[in-house]
Design a protein around this ligand. Sequence first.
Ligand code: UTP
Length: 225
Amino acid sequence: MKIVISLGGIFFADAAHIKTVAEVLEELAESHSIYVVTGGGQPAREYIKIARELGANETVCDYIGIAATRLNAQLLISALRNAYPEPLTDYKEVAEATVKGEECIPVIGGVSPGYTTDAVAAILAEYVNAELLLSVTSVDGVYEADPRVHPEAKKYDRISVKELLSIVMQAELKAGSRIIIDPVAAKMIERSGIKTIVIDGSREPRAILDAVIGKHSGTEIIRER
Ligand code: UTP
């Protein structure tokens, strides 16, 4: 199966986390074609905050976030034995890399201002005709509102892409904003119809392996309810 895995920035906090997730990805790559997208995490937000204080506009801040995602891509590549040696920067490069190095895992960070690596993963999933898009974060699924701000918010086991859109379209699309799935990603999931699952992999990265075989306690995004 072709699987695109979007890893939130939380995975890149230290070497131990990166090593563990790299082992899981290598195991998965033994039986599937995988494509990995890396988020920017806290360093991205810190750099964006400083840039904003210096008067940088949102596009400049987005470029700073993209740079952070690529640093994390490089860290993950350092931990993988069979990764394409450079972080990829464009969807076509990913396709070329997988043709050149048959068994290698392509790793890509951000691509373009105006969205997050959720959207990169969703666009890539459509481009390579993936059968599954896994968004692996530190939140255990999609909630009706951000559970870090609204602890009483209800979590969805399954959510239609239309409902998801009505939640995420209310969010601000500022550089570094924390949103479970960004609006561009949600629209891409709507148009491609690719099966998408949001899971928390931050405590146990092996949850990624379970999610691939349908065992998860996250949220599945479905076309219609
Ligand atoms: P992330 O993809 O890491 O944001 O991109 P996120 O998903 O909200 O955060 P984590 O990693 O899961 O915690 C960080 C920032 O980089 C810019 C955006 O400003 C984004 O908020 N970015 C990233 C882009 O502008 N374009 C991209 O393709 C990727």
